[in-house]
Design a protein around this ligand. Structure first.
Ligand code: ZN
Ligand code: ZN
Ligand code: ZN
Length: 136
C-alpha cells in the first residue's frame, strides 16, 4: 500500500493516459477498449469512474451505440454556452465494423424552455466509408 501522495500521483498518471489514448484514437472508444489499450493495470470500475469525472469536467462525451454500449470521445469543438456544454455534432455507427466515429456535421439542438438538457445522443447508423470502399 502506497502513501496517499503516491496514490494521487498514480491516479493523475492514469487519467492522463486515458486522455492521451482518446486523443490518439481516430474513433470513439468503449470502456473495454480503454482498459485493454491503457498501459496500466486498472480495473473497469476505475475506468468508468475516470470517464464519469471527465464527462462532468467537460473533457469528454459519449454516445450510446446500437448495442447499448457507451462510446467515448474527447471534446474538441463543443459548443460552450453560458450555462451548458452542448454536443451538437453527429455520430456514426457502422453496422459492418461496429466503429463509432464523431462526425464534423452538426445539428441545431433546440433549447427547450423549462427543460434541462444533460446529454445529446445523435447517432446515425449505416455503413462507414472504410467499409463502403472495401465492398466496391
Ligand atoms: Zn463536449
Ligand atoms: Zn465500417
Ligand atoms: Zn462525438
Amino acid at each position: 500500500m502506497g502513501t496517499v501522495e503516491e496514490k494521487k500521483t498514480r491516479n493523475t498518471k492514469h487519467q492522463q493516459a486515458v486522455l492521451d489514448l482518446l486523443q490518439r484514437a481516430k474513433k470513439t472508444l468503449t470502456a473495454d477498449e480503454i482498459k485493454e489499450q491503457i498501459e496500466a493495470n486498472i480495473n473497469k470500475t476505475t475506468v468508468y469512474r475516470m470517464l464519469d469525472r471527465f464527462i462532468d469536467a467537460g473533457k469528454i462525451h459519449f454516445v450510446t451505440g446500437q448495442n447499448g454500449k457507451s462510446y467515448y470521445a474527447l471534446c474538441k469543438d463543443c459548443k460552450e454556452e453560458p450555462v451548458q456544454h452542448i454536443h451538437n455534432h453527429l455520430h456514426f455507427q457502422c453496422e459492418n465494423c461496429g466503429n463509432v466515429e464523431c462526425l464534423p456535421e452538426t445539428l441545431d439542438v433546440p433549447r427547450l424552455k423549462d427543460y434541462k438538457i444533460k446529454e445529446t445522443q445523435l447517432l446515425l447508423i449505416g455503413i462507414c466509408k472504410t467499409c463502403v470502399t472495401k465492398n466496391t
